[in-house]
Design a binder for this molecule. Sequence first.
Ligand code: ATP
Ligand code: BTN
Length: 242
Amino acid sequence: MQTKRGLGLFKEPLVVELVDSTQNRVKEPDFPFFVPLVARAQTAGRGRLGRRWYSPPGKGLYLSVKFPKGFFPEGDLGCLSLVVGLSVSRTVDAYALSGIKWPNDVYLRGKKVAGILTEVSGPSVVVGIGVNLNEERFPPELAPLATSIYRETQQRVDPDEFLELLLENLSEDLRRFREEGFKPFVEPINRKLVWKGRRVLVDNERGRLLGVNSKGWIVLRTCYGKVKEFPAGEVSLRADRI
Ligand code: ATP
Ligand code: BTN
């Protein structure tokens, strides 16, 4: 598939029917850099910290792409998921206005519509993206958290059209990230940040969400008025329902 403006950074995508996880296939040493691998379904799609990613056939977009580690500025590699999240969110915006939920999710009307997984594997960085496009419903355990573009807009999304637009946005953002680092992304990410100004929980810490800083860390003002910053690592950000 050739996009109007060309594929940018990317080579022609490889589309397959079924894989365990596109992350695993792309990590194989002879899988080429810059070739997006798209699967119509995954049997073992996964998220951060080994969690499962629901990947039913023909409903969502499941894709992974591998880059040489040195392609991105080393000190900013921890911000890659946020930059990719911005590209995904900008793409979802063509259908309905979305937000970025730090550090690796895209939200639509309060629920998760996409997730990003970046993994370092030897000399490579593998970026995985899962987007819920046309799911009519989700399994009961996911239903309160997950949504699809179709559920929010009642409009079917053409997966090839979405992919074309996504690769265009990704190419633009990743080129900029390579050349200029994370700095130019801080403001656009903060503008799209979900729960900004609201009470949240990070690990056991309660506070008001101030935003994302120039290192991609989340910044809270705790109830004692202290400003605290947390790196993405293994911490989770939750809305404080209390
Ligand atoms: P964190 O804030 O730590 O990232 P998270 O709950 O978003 O927390 P992730 O590891 O980012 O966790 O994402 C995996 C989680 O996403 C799963 O545990 C499940 O709750 C949810 N999930 C799985 N498949 C889907 C899907 N197709 N759409 C939306 N959410 C999903
Ligand atoms: C998350 O929210 O934790 C990230 C989810 C990432 C899911 C995508 S789907 C394509 C790629 N293959 C996988 O097994 N995971 C990613």
